[in-house]
Ligand binder design. Sequence first.
Ligand code: OGA
Ligand code: NI
Length: 313
Amino acid sequence: MLPVIDITSPAAAAPEIARACRETGFFYVTGHGVPASLRAELDARSREFFALPVEEKLRIEMSRGGRAWRGYFPVGGELTSGAPDLKEGLYFGTELPAGHPLPLHGPNLFPPGVPALRDTVLSYMDKLTAVAQDVLRGIALSLGLDAEYFAAGYTASPTVLFRIFHYPPSPPDAPGWGVGEHTDYGLLTLLAQDDNGGLQVHTPSGWLDAPPLPDAFVCNIGDMLERLTGGWYRSTPHRVRNTSGRGRLSFPFFLDPDFTKEVPPLPDRAATDPGGRRRWDGASPLAFEGTYGDYLTAKVAKVFPELHRDVRH
Ligand code: OGA
Ligand code: NI
């Protein structure tokens, strides 16, 4: 069972966060203050959307979102580990005006068939941004940094991505994964999921189920935190198979570094190897070159080859 960490006080949670980030890179977050009613509303409106006829859903197809990388993709539209995932979904991010100069930035595509989804999604992204910044305060403290280290730097103007996934029911022995094995790209992911289960996490002792806990988010750290800490904290592989016989909904929210900024190694930690020993040259072999945006767009190219052509041009 993954650890359950109450983040009402990030400072009090820091030691447990440190342990969880070292051992599994995954934990449950409680004490986050997100009203259950908002989660219930999001769940209900999302079900309404996925139940629409496919032609209706395709009215906000991702290709219409262009370089902003927003909208709906049908089952098989995303290739997580080189093979099509058994899921359909909606991609959202920070709501910005049309014509934004950066790729992956711009207005969201909201479904005309479920008008209430718009406000629900925008308010959910707002609330989750605050929760993620609090978890990052705990992570900063757990690394011996100032509580505001991230909020004042990498995430002062964060890259925020939010997805809603529907994994259709499939027979237990069906080949293929809902989401193939992968790690997440950025700093932090907060996942809400319905009652159906299916998420698995790769721990040092093998694959572990991460079933839903009432009112908790599953939190995991992404590639950027692994790189920033020189491997001290783990960006852990995970995957999804929906064997419930019912449609499964999940709601991953990602808080990532500023798109335009380089992601320099953290002071001190980055100069240690994954065992915590100081490297002879004090430099990190995992230090990241280029901006977070460069890293993210390269990743997008792999999972959405078609779309990537739009993102580049
Ligand atoms: C992801 C992810 C898990 C899920 O979107 O990166 O791992 O349960 N999602 O949908
Ligand atoms: Ni993931």
